[in-house]
Every structure is written in C-alpha cells, then in structure tokens.
Ligand binder design. Structure first.
Ligand code: M6R
Length: 609
C-alpha cells in the first residue's frame, strides 16, 4: 500500500531515497517523507500530497552528507493524510517507516502512554518506535555495559509484540550506524549495492534495478540489522538472487500517461504471454503438469478488483470449455464466510501484484485447508507466487497506472488458455473445436492493436459523457464481467458513478433509472447472444436512456456508436471492446482534468485488509 526505501552507503543518500520513492509513488501519494542520519544527527523532511512537494522541500534546504536514510510514500490507513501522520515517525531519538497495519496498536499505545510516552500522530505506526525506545530505555537502565546488544535486543523485543502486517525500517541515534528491518505480511527487499559497503532497501524491486548487485526478497518473519559492515539476518530463512538491469521498460515512452502506454502495450504483452504456450495443436504450460487436475472436481477462484473481473470471465470459460464446475468470490468476502473447502477443489487466485492482502489471506486459508493452489500473477517472487503450489506468470511487465489495464488482458489470455489446457486434459473438447479456439487465441494480439479512429472516437465522445446522473455498462455472458471492468475503470479515474450490470437483469430494477441523463454503454458482440442483448438495449432506449453502443453491427437506436471489427470469435470481440472501454474512461478522465495515473484515494497494490 505504501512504499518504503532505505539506504546505507557513501553515495548520495538523499537522491537514492527520492528516486526510489518516485518509483514507488504509485503505491500511495497522500504524503511522503525521509529521515537522514549523520552520526547522531537526524534530519527529517515530510510533505503532504505528491512526492514533488517533498522534493521541493528537500531542494530548498541546507543538506548535510548522510550515510544512512529511510523514506516512505504513504497511502493513509490509520489517521488522515496530514503532515503529522506522514512517515517517518519519531519517538524521542529514533525514526521508523512502515508499510502495513499494526492490528494491536491500540492496546500497545495505551500501554506506552501509561509508561509516559507521548504520541503526536493518529497512526498505528507510531507505536513501533515508542515500543522500541521503551524496551531500549529499560535495558539501558538495567545495564549500560553492552549498549549495542541492548539496541539489537530492543528491536527483537519490539517485533515480538507486533501483530498484523508490517514491513519496517528503523533508525536510531542510539546506534546511528544501522538500519533495523523486518518483514511480516507486507513486502520488503534488502539488497547489496553495486558500490562497496552499500545496503539498499525497497518495498518492491523498481528502485533497486540497476543499483543492486544482489537482493533478498524477505520472507515473512525475517528481518535483521544492516550496517556498512554487512547484513545480519535474524534467521536463516533467506537466499540471494539477482535483478534485471534495465529500467527502460518502466518509462512512459512518449505516451501522456502510464495508463495510455499500458493500454497500447497490450497487444505485445499478450503476445509475450502466449509465447511458447500455444503449440501447433495444443496449449502447454511449463509451470504446471497435467496431474494438476488429478482428484479435482471443482475450481474456486478468489481475487479482487480488476483481477476479480478476469476471474469472473474465466468462470464462464472453465464451465463452457473445460466442463469443470467453477465458482468465484471476492477475496475480502471469502475470508470471513467460513467457506466449505474440500480437497477436490483447485483453488486459483488471480493478482497483478501478488501482494493484495485479502487475496493473499484467501490463498493462505486454502493452503491451510490442504487444497491445491495456483496463482495467476504478474509479479514473480511476490508473496503469492512464493506461497502457491503452482504459478502461471502473466508476463505483462511492470504495470504502473493505478487503473489496471494490461494486467487484465494478460490474465484473461492466460485463463482462456488454461481453460483449453484443462479441456484437453478432461477430453471435454473436440479436436476441431480446440483448433478453432487456438486459431482465435492467436488472433488476440491483433484484436488489441489500437485503431487510431477508435481512439479519436473515444476522445470525441468523452465530451458528451462528462455529466448526467450515471452510467450503466451492460453486457451478457463474458461481456458482463467486461461491463463490470468498464464501469470500474470509469469510476476509478473519472470519479463518475458507473455500474456494470448483466444486460438481462436491467428490467429487474435498474431500468427505473432510465432517462436521457442515464448513459448506457451497451456491449453488443456479434458472436454471442446478439439478439438477446439487442432486446435489452431496446427496452432501455424505449425509456429514453442515452445509448452508446459498442458493436460491429449497426444498431439504429444508438445515440452514439463505436464500431468494432467483425470477427469470428466472441473472445476477440471481448478484447477489442476492452480497449474501447479503457480508452473511453481514460479520455473522460483527461477531459475532467483528473490525474489518470494516480487517481485520488487509490493505491496500486492494496496490502491492507
Ligand atoms: O494486484 P491485484 O491484481 O491483486 O489488485 C487487485 C485490485 O486491487 C486491483 O485490480 C484494483 O481494483 C485496480 N485499481 C483496478 O484498476
């Protein structure tokens, strides 16, 4: 949710921290802050809002040289976005940055207040630094003989008391040569820098690319103490690996926004995602084996947001093609409903980041219940890929726009391939049908190539769709999850009210809202239930709703019309319409003057419940 970075070394500490936070800003931008340590002096800068505010503050200050520093970019959970609530948080002589939530912070805070500690923020994080100082003060009162030992022990004692999800970096004047770190539930990476005696930290790998010699993706429950003399881990459960060296793929490449670049990239990343997986006459996944379906009678999918929509789309495909019973649930609901989990169920989680807290917890539950688990994920080495029995990577590359785009198209492509892979194992598909599905799959990258005319059309239409009292995106079958995804995109970046609805369900209530100020975006594919959805749209038109049709076929009742290509497969129409919806929401957001890549109140990866 938030982003954290840390540095020990002789290079420009401030630059590393600010550059690193820039890479992580998409994870939260309610406030940002850094703490810089020089011998026993700590300089702290905090600013509300986007990182540029902090950069400006730092640039206008008299900076010293620092060999240690920590930084944070915040997405507020406990306590409003204010400068006081911005990290790093101070005790009396130590600072901490934290990603996650301390669930038992209220009881800890009460205990610490009773022990004389003064709190200034409303955050859960502040208890960490006070707890640390409380232990250290007590230890030093008892013995001053080994102060270093006292400090290390105080950190360990602090960690012992924390409940919830947290990755932490802590610095202290009590031992100003060190960064204390720990990971539990939220991601954290520690790296050896390319320069001598350099140690780097970040909550995801982007700030480390090109600067780290080798990295440890910390497992839950692993932490340690770092100084220029090396890194002391508090457990043996870690291993070193290397990172890619190029950052190029994370830049905007001339597009106005990361979201736009990522929409345009979909054709090529979906090609990458299919590479080696579509063979002459069948689908192959190196990552799994046919025995994955041994003893399996049912599939259960869990995910959040856009990933949930990809999952819902696939639930139609698993039943239709693989002939396996399939159910899907929003992860945050699944967790608390005491679900009946049986070992004949294959549990699939879908996540771009692999870090979404609710999905991760759902995965843990399934593992605990002894189910076979599979994750469809974009980020290798993420918490979910490390936990699941099997992983299929979506190969979408880094997705920076908070509004997910290429993650969805690659997830859907993987899931469509997987449904065919399962269909083959189950012998639930004829040879001819499989071949025609493979033929269509090969065409997906083409259907994701953006026609300039379509982009222009969405720009022109965006003028009309700025007001009104709401949007209904409607579709049937897999075009229902696509309608949900279209509505989510619009809500996220335009802040306009939108709902995705099954077209046939409108007459059971929502049609009461119909009037010219209700905008209906109707997904009318040629190859799936065309006549059925046509009737549903006619019903809305008869009640004066403003209709924007997305279809390859003329529809005379449309107020606006976006023409897609005639194709032979409904999934190809699905992908083409997906692009239309993404572009439309982006252009509406641009016209409203919103921040497309960093919409208000959101963060890229939701690592809190
Ligand atoms: O990383 P995940 O796929 O697990 O994230 C799930 C959702 O938080 C995410 O899809 C969110 O809904 C996006 N902002 C959608 O654009």
């Amino acid at each position: 949710m938030c982003g954290i970075v840390g540095y020990i070394g002789k290079q420009d500490t401030t630059k590393f921290l600010l550059d690193g936070l820039k890479e992580l800003e998409y994870r939260g931008y309610d406030s940002a802050g850094i703490a810089l340590l020089n011998k026993d002096k700590i300089d702290v800068f905090k600013a509300l809002g986007k990182l540029n505010n902090l950069i400006e503050k730092v640039e206008n200050s008299d900076l010293g040289t620092y060999e240690i520093g920590i930084g944070h970019t915040r997405w507020a959970t406990h306590g409003k976005p204010t400068e006081l609530n911005a990290h790093p948080h101070l005790g009396e002589y130590s600072y901490v940055v934290h990603n996650g939530i301390i669930e038992n912070y209220k009881e800890l805070k009460e205990e610490l207040i009773n022990a004389g500690h003064k709190f200034v923020s409303q955050t859960d994080t502040e208890v960490i630094v006070h707890l640390f100082e409380n232990y250290l003060n007590k230890a030093n009162e008892q013995s001053q003989e080994n102060k270093v030992n006292n400090t290390n022990q105080a950190f360990k004692d602090t960690i012992e008391r924390l409940e919830g999800a947290f990755s932490i970096l802590l610095i202290s004047k009590a031992d100003p040569t060190k960064i204390f770190f720990f990971k539990h539930g939220s991601p954290l990476i520690v790296a050896r820098g390319k320069e001598d005696n350099e140690v780097l930290f970040a909550s995801s790998d982007a700030p480390l690319i090109g600067l780290a010699k080798e990295v440890v993706y910390l497992e839950d429950g692993v932490g340690g103490i770092a100084s220029k003399n090396g890194i002391e881990f508090l457990s043996d459960d870690y291993s070193w690996s290397t990172l890619p060296t190029s950052k190029q793929f994370a830049q905007k490449d001339g597009f106005r926004f990361f979201m736009e670049k990522e929409i345009y990239e979909q054709s090529s990343v979906v090609s990458d995602c299919m590479l080696g997986r579509i063979q002459d006459e069948e689908i192959l996944f190196d990552e799994i084996e046919e025995s994955i379906l041994d003893g399996i009678k049912e599939i259960k999918i869990c995910a959040c947001g856009t990933s949930f929509h990809a999952g819902l789309t696939s639930s139609y495909l698993f039943e239709r093609l693989s002939k396996i019973k399939c159910s899907i649930e929003v992860a945050s609901e699944f967790r608390y409903k005491e679900p009946m989990l049986t070992k004949d169920t294959l549990f699939i989680v879908i996540s771009q980041s692999g870090e979404t807290a609710d999905t991760l917890e759902a995965l843990k539950m399934a593992k605990k219940a002894g189910l076979k688990t599979l994750v469809i994920c974009n980020v290798d080495n993420s918490s979910m890929t490390r936990m699941a029995d099997f992983t299929i990577l979506t190969r979408a590359g880094i997705e920076k726009g908070v509004a997910s785009t290429k993650a969805f198209s690659t997830q859907t492509a993987v899931l469509w391939m997987l449904s065919l892979y399962f269909a083959k194992i189950n012998a639930s598909i004829s040879f001819e049908k499989l071949q025609s599905e493979l033929l269509a799959l090969r065409e997906v990258p083409k259907s994701l190539i953006i026609d300039d005319k379509i982009h222009e059309k969405t720009k022109r239409l965006s003028k009309r769709y700025l007001h009104g009292h709401g949007f209904f995106f409607i579709g049937r079958d897999v075009f229902f999850p696509l309608a949900l995804e279209g509505a989510l995109k619009l809500k996220e970046i335009s802040y306009l009210h939108a709902e995705g609805y099954p077209a046939g369900e409108m007459k059971h209530g929502p049609i009461a809202l119909a009037d010219p100020e209700l905008f209906t975006i109707a997904l009318m594919p040629q190859n799936l239930l065309y006549d059925k959805i046509k009737s549903n749209v006619e019903e809305l038109s008869a009640r004066d709703s403003t209709i924007c049709t997305v279809s390859p076929l003329d529809f005379e009742l449309s107020d606006d019309f976006i023409r897609t290509q005639e194709t032979s497969h409904y999934m190809l129409e699905f992908f083409e319409m997906l692009v239309v919806l993404q572009l439309l929401s982006m252009e509406i957001s641009v016209r409203l003057g919103n921040d497309v890549d960093m919409p208000r109140n959101l963060a890229k990866s939701v690592t809190v419940e």
